[in-house]
Design a protein around this ligand. Structure first.
Ligand code: AMP
Ligand code: MG
Length: 325
């Protein structure tokens, strides 16, 4: 009996010590990690992309998410001869090109937005965009006859995508596609999906102005995310407006994102398929909030070209919210 009592006493003391150690280590951990988050950046789609996960050691998850985005970049890179886009561009007329499911999905959505925007969003504008060459160190205004010739080709170009066997065909050997107005959004969606599948509870992705959120914002009482809309031409991080989203994505297309100045005028990278010139508007940026970032990306470009009235109607049709700055 005496022996049992003594063992019980010792066990009790041990148990109490264990509880105290656990409590103290918990408190110490919390005071070191007041703001437990992991953030990493990578250069993709010609821009700085960042992923922030609100947990202290999410390096593996972020790396896997970036790999998924990099894969979309590889498939859609206009300049990489091995990409799906380059293989479509070098294909002969009426010859189906086998592509990845991802490329097929991007082109399929692009075609839907092309139809609904009455041609304002047009991936076949590549021959015109190439003439403007905004990525060059010394971009210049192309000659008008050159633009007219390229535009004629764009207007006659037709792309057919088969969603059962994932093939893409063009009606004209010279037709060229450019997924620059949609692929970054699709990649951001893909990266966010990887984070979710790996169990990440809260994260925010910023792919050069394409924002995607995962889960609830741990820093606000209502769990909503507040996205700052960049003031056009102001230093990065200066915001004109804040939009609140619970989930999904907010994407901005703006003249200030890529442009050059010549002859006292500004020429930016969002092309109006009506005339082959940068779309002339009274606003400088369009931001779209929608559930999918690929959709928001395509809509932001399309709405920019369409203008306030028709653009707002297009956004509404797709259940998206639009802001003009
Ligand atoms: P974003 O930054 O999403 O507005 O996309 C602009 C990019 O999309 C440009 O750099 C071009 O590669 C491409 N682009 C330009 N104008 C159009 C257009 N009207 N329709 C589809 N893509 C376009
Ligand atoms: Mg876009």
């Amino acid at each position: 009996m005496w022996l049992r009592c003594n063992v019980m006493k010792k066990l009790k003391t041990l148990f109490t010590i264990l509880i105290i150690i656990t409590l103290f280590s918990g408190l110490a951990y919390r005071s070191i990690n007041k703001n437990p988050q992991t953030e990493e950046t990578r250069f993709l789609f010609d821009t700085v992309c960042s992923i922030t996960v609100f947990s202290p050691s999410a390096g593996r998850e972020i790396s896997a998410a970036f790999d998924a985005a990099a894969e979309i970049h590889r498939l859609t890179d206009f300049y990489d001869k091995a990409s799906d886009v380059a293989r479509i561009n070098s294909a002969k007329a009426n010859t189906p090109v086998a592509v990845s499911r991802e490329t097929a999905e991007i082109i399929d959505l692009a075609q839907k937005i092309h139809t609904d925007s009455k041609g304002a969003f047009d991936i076949c504008l590549a021959p015109v965009s190439q003439l403007w060459n905004f990525k060059s160190q010394a971009p210049a205004i192309p000659q008008k006859p050159e633009i007219e010739k390229a535009l004629e080709l764009c207007k006659n170009s037709k792309i057919t995508v088969d969603m059962t066997d994932f093939t893409v065909a063009k009606n004209h050997s010279d037709a060229q596609i450019d997924l620059g107005g949609i692929a970054k959004g699709y990649a951001a969606d893909a990266a966010a999906r990887v984070l979710e599948e790996m169990g990440v509870k809260a994260a925010i992705l910023d792919f050069g102005g394409n924002i995607v959120v995962v889960g609830k914002n741990p820093k606000t009482s209502d769990g909503k995310w507040r996205i700052g809309l960049q003031t056009p031409f102001a230093p990065t991080g200066e915001y004109s407006k804040i939009v609140e989203i619970q989930s999904g994505s907010t994407v901005t297309s703006g003249t200030y994102q890529r442009y050059f100045e010549a002859d006292g005028n500004m020429y930016h990278h969002i092309i109006d398929p009506q005339n082959g010139f940068p779309a002339q508007k009274e606003y400088k940026s369009v931001s779209i909030s929608a559930q999918s970032s690929a959709l928001a990306d395509a809509l932001a470009t399309a709405v920019f070209v369409l203008g306030k009235k028709d653009g707002a109607a297009l956004a509404e049709k797709w259940g998206a919210v639009v802001e003009f700055l």
